[in-house]
Design a protein around this ligand. Structure first.
Ligand code: MG
Length: 382
């Protein structure tokens, strides 16, 4: 029996690599549905190649173009966010890969869990915004949530067979991004093009900026807390510029397990799709001769204030991580449009975190309101 996949965000960086994994193992996987936001041309090509049952474009204005291009094929063409929420619940779907960007991932992920679908989680913002809701729902519906984020996949892999053993802490590795060695003055002047040049990983624009500002690592700390049921104090961020050690787990006896590999997302994607099995991969193997040293250093919370904000948000709890995420989405978008400078992003996030109404035990509706309110306040400060 092939595993039938719904791939949300199929035109993004993770989505396209997920389809490469599928095309290397056509005997194991079947693409039931693909969804994209805007990139209709790529959606059309993917639909012709993988022949899914359903293709959804989130932007409804793009519907006529997509519909017309696929008219000769027996593929259902839908549009809009509600259609994405519907597609994840379709009976034949076995697993949903959530690879869309940002807060938009929350609703479809909740719908997929309620429908009992296994989740390959690539949308970390879902756990940042509403980790409490998602974790409780996944437990209630007995749905596995398998991380695709490389660090979390590493931790997940280190924990295989260790269910009876207590984790003392995890060591979440960070490349440090393109600005690891920048002074504050250099950060002040850093441009969009500087920030988009990540040394090790090729990713979408939003996550590349988040990596440069280290907000990505702050989010990953929150993501790890929920995925592995840890206290924030049990998560140590370690800067490791070579991106070879993808993360580590330290157990109560002091043993540290690490997962290593070349920086390529196809490995964690493939593992999430095939877990608990490993699939043959044609990826280049890690060649230790290429790395005369692997180095590790402390993150600098003074230059990368977003890391400190993430710890603040998770300690305060409630809707504060949701505020952090929404403010970040707005400032990153403003930075990408050259409206604000690099360090200004953190300044604004800090102000917003002090302004939004705090809710200690938010419901889903509270998160929706918080996201809306935060975006408005952030826009006003830009
Ligand atoms: Mg990551």
């Amino acid at each position: 029996m092939k595993r039938r996949l719904a791939i949300l965000g199929s035109t993004g960086s993770i989505g396209t690599q997920a389809l490469e994994v599928v095309s290397e193992h056509p005997e194991l996987f079947d693409v039931y549905a693909i969804t994209g936001n805007n990139q209709v041309d790529l959606l059309i090509n993917q639909a012709r190649q993988f022949m899914p049952e359903i293709v959804v474009v989130a932007n409804e204005r793009k519907y006529p173009e997509l519909k017309e291009a696929l008219e000769d094929l027996p593929i259902k063409v839908w549009a809009g966010i509600d259609a994405i929420v519907q597609v994840v619940q379709m009976e034949p779907v076995d697993m949903v890969l959530t690879a869309m960007v940002g807060y938009a991932g929350l609703r479809p992920t909740i719908a997929a869990i309620r429908a009992g679908k296994a989740i390959a989680l690539a949308n970390k913002e879902t756990l940042v915004v509403a980790g409490d809701l998602i974790t409780a729902l996944a437990a209630q519906y007995k749905v596995p949530v398998i991380p695709v984020d490389s660090e979390h996949s590493a931790i997940f892999q280190c924990l295989v067979g260790e269910s009876e053993n207590k984790v003392e802490k995890i060591l979440l590795t960070a490349s440090g991004g393109p600005f690891r060695t920048y002074s504050k003055e250099n950060l002040e002047r850093a441009t969009k093009n500087d920030a988009l040049k990540h040394p090790n990983w090729t990713m979408g624009a939003k996550i590349t900026i988040d990596s440069a500002s280290m907000m990505n690592k702050g989010f990953e700390m929150i993501e790890a807390k929920w995925l592995f049921g840890l206290l924030p104090e049990q998560i140590q961020i370690v800067v490791h510029p070579q991106s070879v050690v993808h993360s580590m787990v330290q157990f109560v006896d002091g043993a540290v397990m690490a997962q290593l590999g070349i920086p390529d997302m196809k490995l964690p994607i493939s593992y999430a799709f095939s877990y608990p099995k490993r699939l043959f991969s044609k990826l280049p193997r890690l060649n230790f001769k290429q790395y005369s040293s692997l180095t590790f250093e402390e993150p600098d919370l003074d230059r990368f204030r977003n890391l400190a904000f993430a710890f603040d948000a998770v300690h305060k709890g409630g809707n504060m991580p949701c505020v952090l995420n929404a403010a970040n989405e707005v400032v990153v978008s403003a930075f990408l449009q050259d409206k604000i400078g690099f360090l200004k992003m953190s300044d604004i996030i800090e102000q917003v975190m002090g302004k939004v109404t705090f809710i200690l035990s938010p419901t889903y509706e509270d998160y929706v309101v918080t996201d809306f309110e935060t975006r408005k306040i952030t826009e006003e400060l830009i």
